[in-house]
Design a protein around this ligand. Sequence first.
Ligand code: ADP
Length: 321
Amino acid sequence: MLRIVRECSIKQPAFILLNMIELTDLTKRYNGVPAVDNLSLTVREGEIVGLLGPNGAGKSTTILMTTGLIEPDGGVITIDGHIMQKNPLLAKAKIGYMPEDVGFYPGLNAAENLDYFGRLYGMETERRKRRIDELLVTVGLDGVLTLVGGYSKGMRQRLGLAKALLNEPPVIILDEPTANLDPVGVSDYRRIVREAAADGAALLVSSHILSEMSVICTRIALLSRGKLVADGTWQEISDHGSDLIVRVEGRIPLPEFSLDGIGSVSYTPDRKGAVIVTSRDIRCEIADLLASEGIPLQNLQIDAGSAEEALLQRFRKEAEA
Ligand code: ADP
């Protein structure tokens, strides 16, 4: 397994980022077959860690154990210093959780649903009302009086995000948060998640949508058949030695690209577009290069298909090793 990020397992002075989620040797078996197998993972303050893997890799099982909804067969879950198995109430109080399908009261509107949960969390009236008003604006549901029973899946997901953030939890866990969102919803979601991390929250996000994870996550934990097979930044884990395709479009002609990992570059006739074959994700470096040369960027994307395939190959190889 590739282990890139150094861990800090004990509480340190304030300038060192604290481990908010610590999973140690976590194991869960169904009918004797491991769904999660000796998984150790840490999420620190300000991090957005993406739990990524193909269907059946063990993402949901990991999330359910981390939120205290199912018991592990082995290992320890520590949330902001509280061991879930010993102090479940203290540990759970630190977590804002958005499951894939959040349960709301269909006969209440968004504010009334959030008010119900706010009371359940013991939030005092003034803070509860202020927070609900704030969050409805944040997730784009302010002024929507429709009862939740009439919501689209995307609206439910927006409200689910508001619920997860309601009592300003230091640990936020989101299961497939963008599955039902339209492009505006996805863009709002990214802003909200980044703001929460900038405010110091630790986020664990599960998804099988690789392109989404590469944009939003500060670190990615790859799961394959219940095992953690890699843990690092998107750039680190995508530096896998096989080919990725990066497409660049500028508003004016592009410069020569001579970055590490580039195999070949082909330009469009007007030189405003380029297709780059590379062994690693070089999008940040390209954006920096164009910015430094004053070239306005029109589009910069990685061919998610090739990245996904490369990572899946790696899942398989590492799982078989
Ligand atoms: P993912 O979320 O990555 O798709 P899951 O955590 O749902 O993966 O599942 C991991 C493995 O555990 C799969 O093989 C799945 O079939 C199995 N599994 C998950 N939940 C149960 C369950 N309640 N009973 C039996 N097997 C389960």
